[in-house]
Design a protein around this ligand. Structure first.
Ligand SMILES: [Zn+2]
Length: 112
């Protein structure tokens, strides 16, 4: 596990604050170290675990993927929660939208 000052350390999903932990090895992302994962959301310990690769865009899509699992949990969307491919598709596209719209968050915070 690595801690860097410039990495986001927590995120609030509805009423739960998740800490964000970054790992250099895919195996370490899995808390049981049995599977090679890009990301993992630990709902019990309120932790999002991310593989820290060289590509930050890939990490963003993984981060959003785990956030969607968190939303599914809060919103009672058990069926969507099981659909990894659909969640991946939403996450990859949402990551691209965020990257392509630099001013979006500033606008949302200020105007909406
Ligand atoms: Zn998933």
């Amino acid at each position: 596990m690595s801690k860097k000052k410039d990495l986001l350390s927590s995120v609030k999903v509805i009423d739960t604050i998740y800490s964000i932990e970054y790992f250099k090895s895919l195996l370490e992302v899995d808390p049981d170290q049995k599977d090679r994962l890009l990301g993992y959301i630990d709902r019990k310990d309120c932790e999002i675990r991310l593989y820290e690769p060289k590509s930050k865009q890939g990490m963003l899509a993984t981060f959003i993927h785990e956030l969607i699992h968190g939303i599914c949990d809060k919103a009672g969307l058990e069926e969507l929660d099981e659909k990894e491919n659909e969640i991946d598709s939403i996450a990859i596209n949402m990551a691209a939208i965020l990257k392509d719209n630099y001013d979006l968050f500033k606008y949302i915070i200020k105007e909406w």
